[in-house]
Write a protein that binds this ligand. Structure first.
Ligand SMILES: Cc1cc2nc3c(=O)[nH]c(=O)nc-3n(C[C@H](O)[C@H](O)[C@H](O)COP(=O)(O)OP(=O)(O)OC[C@H]3O[C@@H](n4cnc5c(N)ncnc54)[C@H](O)[C@@H]3O)c2cc1C
Length: 438
C-alpha cells in the first residue's frame, strides 16, 4: 500500500531527529516481540520493558511512517459511539468497559509524556466538537451530557461560545471536552521510542516481519536479515497491516486522510484563531478537523480520495474548507500537504484480538488512535505479561474478517465521494449563522 506523502509532512519537517535505529541483522530472543512501531507497538514495548521483561519491536519502515507520525495530533477521549449506545448495544458490562478505557486514555498519554519528559508540544486545553448545522446540535448536547454523567469535565457550547473559542462564525455550537489536547504526533512517537529504549526495549527499523511460525510453545518472526524467537508476539500494524497477516488485514478497511498546514499565522490572526489552544472536529458527513501547531500554523484535515497524492489540485477541498471556516486566512499560503491511512472497523470500535495462544493484536481506531492506541499498547503489554483476559476490563474479540474485503475499499471510495457531494450541497444551501465572533 502506498502512503500518500509519507515524507514531506509538517511533522517530519518540524521534529527533532531521532538517533538512527539499526536494522535487525541477527537471530535474537525476547520474551515479547512487537510487530509495528507506532503508538500501539511502542506503548506495548514501553510497558513490557518497564515491567522488566525483554522486548524487541520490529518496524518495517521508519518510526512514524504509519498513522502515528502523520496524524492530526488531536488527543481525543471516547470512541465513535456514545457511551449510552455502547451500553445499549453491547450490554452494561462491555459497554462501560469500552467507554471507561477510552475515557481514561488521554490521561495515559499526558502522564507518559510527563513521566518520560517527552518533548512533543503537548497542550491539554481540550477538544471541541462543533455542529456544522443546527440539526446536529442536539446530538452533541446529548453526547456531552452522557459524558458529564460519567464524571468527565465537559461543557455545552452555544454558537457564540464556539465563535469565541475558534474565531470562526461557521458553527452552531457544540461541546468542549477538557480531557483532550494536542501533541506533535511524530515527536510523541519518537519520545515513546526513547522511553521504551531507556527501559530496555530493543527497536529495529527497516525490519519487516515477513513470516510468523510457531513451534515448541514459541513464536518465530522472520525479517529480511534476522529473526526473533519470543513467547508472545503482538501485532500492532493497524491500517498498515500487509498481506503477511492477511486475516488481520481483512478486518479493517483503510481510507486515506489528507492534511494541509498553512504558513505560521501573523500575530493578529494568531490571537483570534483558536486562542485557547483547543483542537476541533466538526460534524460534517466527511468530518473536518483542525488545530494550531506550536508555530501558529493552522493544520486542517479531512478524508482524502483513494490514490490522492496530496498536491494543490487534490487539496482544493481543504483550501475551500479553510477559507470557509476562517475567511481571514485568504492570503495565507499553504506550506504542507500530506496524508496517511486510517483503519476503519465494521463496528466502528477498536479491537484487541487473541489470534492464538501468545499471539495478540490491537488495531482499528477509526481515526481516534493517539489516545486509544497508547491505551491499547498498555492492555496488550499486560496480557503479554500474563494477566488474564478478564482482568484487562476490555473485550477480547475473535477476528471478524470483512466479507468481500476487496470490494469494501471500492465501497468506501464511492461513499467518500457521495459524502463529499452531500456536504458540498449542504454547504451551498447553508445560511450564515451570525456575523460577529463577539
Ligand atoms: C492523516 C491522519 C490523521 C489522523 N488524525 C488523528 C488525530 O488527530 N487524532 C487521533 O487520535 N488519531 C488520528 N489518526 C489515527 C491515528 O494516527 C492512528 O489510529 C494511530 O496512529 C494508530 O497507531 P498504530 O501504532 O496502531 O499504527 P501505525 O502508527 O499506523 O503503526 C503501524 C506500523 O506498523 C508497521 N508495519 C506494518 N506491517 C509491518 C510488518 N510486517 N513488520 C513490521 N512493521 C510493520 C508500519 O510501517 C507502521 O509504522 C489519524 C490518522 C491519519 C492517517
Amino acid at each position: 500500500m502506498t502512503t500518500p506523502a509519507a515524507t514531506g509532512s509538517l511533522w517530519s519537517a518540524t521534529c527533532a531527529p531521532l538517533e538512527p535505529l539499526p536494522q535487525l541483522r541477527a537471530a535474537t530472543r525476547a520474551e515479547v516481540a512487537v510487530i509495528g512501531a507506532g503508538y500501539t507497538g511502542l506503548s506495548a514495548a514501553l510497558h513490557v520493558a518497564a515491567a522488566g521483561a525483554a522486548v524487541v519491536a520490529l518496524e518495517a519502515a521508519q518510526l512514524g511512517d504509519g498513522g502515528s507520525g502523520l496524524n492530526g495530533g488531536q488527543v481525543i477521549a471516547g470512541l465513535k459511539h456514545d457511551p449510552d449506545l455502547l451500553a445499549a448495544h453491547y450490554g452494561e458490562r462491555i459497554g462501560s468497559q469500552l467507554a471507561a478505557r477510552s475515557a481514561e486514555a488521554p490521561d495515559l498519554v499526558f502522564d507518559l509524556i510527563r513521566r518520560h519528559s517527552i518533548e512533543c508540544d503537548a497542550v491539554r486545553a481540550g477538544w471541541l466538537q462543533l455542529a456544522a448545522s443546527a440539526s446536529q446540535l442536539p446530538l452533541l448536547q446529548r453526547r456531552a451530557e452522557q459524558w458529564r454523567r460519567r464524571g468527565a469535565d465537559v461543557a455545552v457550547l452555544s454558537d457564540r461560545d464556539a465563535a469565541q473559542l475558534t474565531g470562526s462564525t461557521r458553527y452552531c455550537g457544540g461541546w468542549l471536552d477538557r480531557r483532550g489536547g494536542t501533541v506533535h504526533p511524530l515527536a510523541y512517537v519518537r519520545g515513546l521510542a526513547r522511553a521504551a529504549m531507556s527501559c530496555g526495549a530493543r527497536i529495529f527499523t527497516c525490519s519487516a516481519a515477513e513470516k510468523l511460525s510457531h513451534s515448541g510453545g514459541e513464536w518465530r518472526v522472520d525479517t529480511p536479515r534476522g529473526s526473533v524467537v519470543a513467547r508472545t508476539v503482538i501485532l500492532a500494524t493497524d491500517a498498515y497491516t500487509d498481506r503477511s497477516f492477511d486475516a488481520l488485514r481483512r478486518t479493517v478497511v483503510t481510507v486515506p486522510s489528507i492534511q494541509v498546514a498553512t504558513a505560521p499565522l501573523p500575530p493578529d490572526l494568531r490571537a483570534s484563531i483558536l486562542p485557547g489552544g483547543q483542537s476541533v472536529s466538526d460534524t460534517k458527513r466527511l468530518l473536518c478537523y483542525f488545530r494550531l501547531d506550536a508555530a501558529g500554523r493552522v493544520v486542517l484535515g479531512t478524508r482524502g480520495a483513494f490514490g490522492d497524492v496530496p498536491n494543490p489540485a487534490s487539496t482544493a477541498a481543504h483550501e475551500r474548507a479553510l477559507r470557509e471556516i476562517f475567511p481571514a486566512l485568504a492570503g495565507v499560503p499553504l506550506e504542507y500537504r500530506w496524508g496517511g491511512f486510517v483503519a476503519l472497523t465494521r463496528d466502528g470500535l477498536p479491537h484487541l484480538h487473541e489470534l492464538a495462544p501468545g499471539l495478540l493484536a490491537g488495531l482499528g481506531y477509526n481515526g481516534r488512535g493517539i489516545a486509544m492506541a497508547t491505551a491499547m499498547g498498555r492492555l496488550l503489554a499486560r496480557r503479554a505479561l500474563g494477566e488474564s483476559a478478564e482482568s484487562l476490563q476490555f473485550p477480547v474479540t475473535p477476528l471478524q474478517p470483512i466479507r468481500l474485503h476487496g470490494l469494501s475499499r471500492l465501497a468506501a471510495r464511492v461513499t467518500i465521494r457521495y459524502l463529499q457531494v452531500r456536504d458540498a450541497l449542504e454547504q451551498g444551501s447553508r445560511r450564515p449563522l451570525h456575523r460577529s465572533a463577539a
